[in-house]
Write a protein that binds this ligand. Structure first.
Ligand code: NAP
Length: 259
């Protein structure tokens, strides 16, 4: 299926690894020129090289912290008029809400609520003028089914989700959609480090813990960044212009509800 987005320009945030990387690869394969960012120069440059090798759209790499004003300015300077924006950043740490102070909350809200909101604010009017825009926020299955130890994530991402629910209905008449993709367990560095902590806590090996967690998912496995990226690319397609304000859960069926 031709997604009809070859030649478009995309900003993909936090994309040297994991889910952001999966999205950048799928978009580049469709012929989209992607501007990717992450903080660590070496892994970012390596990712850019590997995405270029796929032979699709052009790849520009901007090493920055996307949760800062300077980081967002650098990315927007490299790609001032994107047709596609994939919002992503590292997730907040797990813990007990009794231990979190104001600074912990501000950090989480900055990264997982305000950063996407400010990027949307910077690009949405240009998309409206050009009559094409696709914005995808990578959030979490925790938005639909909160995970108690991820209170910072549950709170900040719910704020973003509520904000987007309002504006997504205002932009769609201009062929500008705003949706979220909600990952369940995906085999990325973030998940692997969580599994490592759980294995140590339970006194079992990493492999045993990973197998246990994978088996507890109805699919019997973790998702892959490739699967995530392919859904993201479809949400960014020309064909997906009638879908907005949606929260698409991609979790192997882990959420047990009928709807
Ligand atoms: P990952 O594999 O650890 O990759 C994170 C990527 O983001 C890396 O490229 C990292 O590079 C970059 N990054 C992190 N903080 C950044 C920042 N402030 N500015 C720019 N780049 C930044 O993580 P992931 O699993 O793909 O997770 C992506 C998002 O999905 C996170 O918010 C996570 O909480 C959420 N999520 C993941 C899962 C899962 O199972 N994997 C499930 C639910 C939700 P640098 O470190 O070099 O900056």
């Amino acid at each position: 299926m031709d997604l009809g987005i070859a030649g478009k320009k995309a900003i993909v945030c936090a994309a040297s690894k994991g889910l952001g990387r999966g999205c950048a690869e799928s978009l580049a394969r469709e012929g989209v020129d992607v501007t990717i960012c992450s903080r660590t120069v070496e892994t970012l440059e390596q990712a850019a090289k590997e995405i270029r090798a796929l032979g699709g759209g052009a790849v520009t790499a901007v090493a920055c912290d996307i949760t800062t004003d300077e980081g967002r300015a650098a990315v927007l300077e490299a790609c001032p008029n994107p047709d596609i924006l994939i919002n992503n950043a590292g997730g907040p740490p797990p813990g007990d809400f009794r231990d979190w102070e104001r600074d912990d909350w501000i950090k989480a809200v900055d990264a997982n609520m305000l950063t996407p909101i400010f990027l949307i604010k910077s690009v949405v009017d240009g998309m409206i003028e050009r009559k094409f825009g696709r914005i995808v926020n990578i959030t979490s299955s925790a938005v639909k089914a909160p995970i108690d130890i991820l209170g910072l994530s549950n709170g900040a991402r719910a704020g973003l989700t509520g904000f987007v629910a309002g504006i997504a209905r205002k932009t769609v008449q201009h062929n500008v959609t705003i949706n979220a993709v909600l990952p369940g367990p995906f085999d990325t560095d973030r998940l692997r480090s969580n599994v490592k902590v759980m294995a140590e806590k339970n006194g079992i090996s990493y492999d045993e813990m990973a197998a246990k967690r994978a088996a507890s998912n109805p699919a019997g496995r973790f998702g892959t960044s490739h699967e995530f990226g392919e859904l993201c690319a479809f949400v960014c397609s020309a064909q997906a212009g009638y879908m907005t304000g949606q929260n698409l859960l991609l979790d192997g069926g882990a959420y047990p509800g009928t709807l």
